[in-house]
Design a binder for this molecule. Structure first.
Ligand SMILES: [Zn+2]
Length: 313
């Protein structure tokens, strides 16, 4: 069977500039800003998973959030976080894994699920698709290498408020989180997000100023359409002496699967089942994170038995 993805390759050619992350501080260093332009990342996710319009917005916001959270919570350059959003809407769950070095991957339970534009505000009904009853959970590694998972009930299923609620309740971090995906002509035109973290000791004036700035900005989606990412940060930190780190961090949709791992997954089957796969002309293994389809040949399956005779599960 030919994978639908083969015709969509290469994903680098989304026609969008490479995604990137900017970091900065403001308000005497007590406001920390992290912003991401995830347009190319989210367009690649849309193509890979054949996401509906609203599912693109839901996973896109989640991929942006995973990158922002990895930067904010990560202690090391390659620190990873895994975000799981389980709502009661038609989308099922969302999983997104981000790394502070800019790698991100993710998927949803029902990529084709969609809803009409919301009548109340004319926007994509992400909250309706995700559902507002459920849970947001985040797993990250602590300094000692042990995994830690915190979770909060969903606030709205719109993702940004849910992430802010998680940071407040589970990480004791006061923050403002803005996430948006703008689609045009059936493709992702702009996607991104901004996280403003309030450090302990930030002044009341600085807080009031940043809150007023964010209220005055309008939606993040409109801001991303009309401004560069740096300008979006400057608008959020207006009057607060924003200082942006000189180095932007590149970001990309990058899975950790491989042909080797796909082959090894067949060792979980018994040898008679593997014989059947060989007799059928090979076996397709699909990575749920990135929807890559690996066609494992009978020769490769036979070699597995020779290489790892004791590895049968
Ligand atoms: Zn993969």
């Amino acid at each position: 069977m030919t994978s639908p993805l083969e015709t969509a390759h290469p994903f680098a050619a989304t026609g969008l500039p490479a995604s990137f992350i900017l970091r900065g501080t403001a308000g005497e260093g007590l406001l920390r800003l992290v912003a991401v332009d995830s347009s190319a990342v989210v367009e690649e996710a849309r193509l890979r998973h054949q996401l509906s319009k609203t599912a693109t917005a839901a996973l896109g916001r989640s991929l942006s959030a995973a990158l922002l959270l990895a930067v904010v919570l990560g202690k090391k350059p390659d620190s990873r976080v895994t975000l799981r959003i389980q709502g009661d809407g038609p989308l099922g769950w969302i999983v997104a894994e981000g790394s502070a070095d800019g790698r991100v991957r993710g998927y949803v339970r029902e990529p084709g699920a969609d809803l009409p534009i919301r009548a109340s505000d004319g926007k994509l009904d992400v909250g309706g698709l995700v559902g507002n009853e459920g849970e947001l959970a985040l797993t990250r590694l602590l300094d000692n290498g042990d995994p830690y998972t915190g979770s909060v009930p969903l606030v709205s299923g719109e993702i940004a408020e849910d992430v802010a609620a998680y940071l407040a309740a589970s990480e004791q971090i006061a923050s403002a989180v803005l996430l948006g995906v703008y689609e045009e002509g059936g493709r992702v035109a702009r996607s991104g997000g901004l996280l403003v973290q309030v450090m302990p000791g930030a002044s009341e004036d600085a807080l009031a100023q940043v809150e007023a700035n964010i209220r005055a900005m309008g939606t993040i989606t409109d801001n991303l359409r009309q401004h560069t990412l740096l300008e979006v940060m400057e608008r959020a930190a207006e009057g607060l002496h924003l200082q942006v780190a000189a180095q932007a961090q590149s970001a990309r949709f990058q899975c950790r699967c491989s042909r080797e791992k796909a082959k090894s997954s067949l060792l979980y089957f018994g040898s008679s089942e593997r014989q059947e796969m060989m007799d059928d002309g090979g076996q397709e293994v699909v990575c749920h994170w990135c929807n890559e389809h690996y066609q494992i040949t009978p020769g490769e399956i036979a070699a597995l038995d020779q290489d790892q005779p004791r590895a049968q599960a």
